[in-house]
Design a protein around this ligand. Sequence first.
Ligand SMILES: [Zn+2]
Ligand SMILES: [Zn+2]
Length: 432
Amino acid sequence: MSQTLAAVKGMNDLLPGEIEIWQHVEGLARELFGRFGYGEIRTPMVEDTALFVRSVGEETDIVGKEMYTFDDKGGRSLSLRPEGTAPAARAYIEHSILNQEPLTRWFYTGPMFRYERMKTGRYRQFYQVGAEAYGSKEPAQDVEVMDMVAQFLQALGLQDIALNLNSLGDEACRPAYHAKLVEYLKAHIEELCGDCHRRMETNPLRVLDCKNPKCQEVAGKGPNVLEFLCEPCKAHFDDVQRKLTALEIKYVVNPRMVRGLDYYTRTVFEFIASHPALGTASTVGGGGRYDKLVKSLGGPDVPAVGFACGLDRLVLLLKEGTRKFGASPDLFIAVADPGSQDTAFTLASKLRREGLRVDFDTRGGSLKSQMKRSDKSGARFTLVLGEQERTSGEAKLKRMADGSLIPVSLSGLAAAVREHSATEVAQRGNAT
Ligand SMILES: [Zn+2]
Ligand SMILES: [Zn+2]
């Protein structure tokens, strides 16, 4: 007996009924990011494993525990992308973009892969939108990116959004902070988990985002990164805050936030939303500046800043709401007798060519079952086609909202449907 095949755990099918919400969210991102001058890129879903080891960092949970890594038939170690910034940077370098333009703004959307423990709205194939701006070291660029995320979340109808902000310093001031942090962690070593013992040696910053509650408690009382910022880093951070205030974007400074990736320098940020559908406060997007990443991957010394938002949980929020997404048919063509089936089929094709959304049951069947289907489809109008309509060329459009009948000629059907749809919308507008 054959076993029923199912989708891989943590990976979902997205079907009509739900896909309309995805299209809405992605469409909104495209439109909004376009307003900011960001162009879309699409990179492969699979990259050299080394790309993520060298950028995201070997000691991060993402690379150390969660990547889907495999050898291809040529013996190369490849990984499904766990995030979008490293592939974008790889593409930026590979296509010598800096030689073509000094300031580059890109966005992307698509699936990412991490072998994570399953929670509400967290999947192993999950979707992100993100953006990267290369070539500007100015605080205005950091704030432009944050403004874009804030506008995106607002446009999706999220009300209670908190922006958490921090600075991780740069190569001038971070070593002193690192040293102090290691000294502090060593003094509390018996309270840290086994993973953190190792992290302390390899990458002490990673102790700050350990999920172990004991480690979090220790980290929470450790040295404050902001007290170690050098003058240029401090000036940068102050200007970021000034500009956020000028745009009336509310934020809180959170010196414990480090983000789970190695490549950040200076500004890091997270947008946190409170919503019953998400459980407690939950991060819906975040990012930061990564001025050294492009160079460390063998590219030019070019500053950059970016963000990514998880789409799965944003879609979950919209699903909870009452708003309807997606378009219903303009017209359903029902057939009164089998002899009219071919004419109806041809008519449906002609109207679709003229731009209407037309539903038509290719199986034919009883008029009653077709009318049922028309009701269910949410079509605005239904037209019943029988012998009389075929010979006279005249028919009646049934407005589904109130059952009223509108006389029309079959030759002018598209125009009639458009005209009566427009008056219906206008009337509905007057009524409200
Ligand atoms: Zn730990
Ligand atoms: Zn600094």
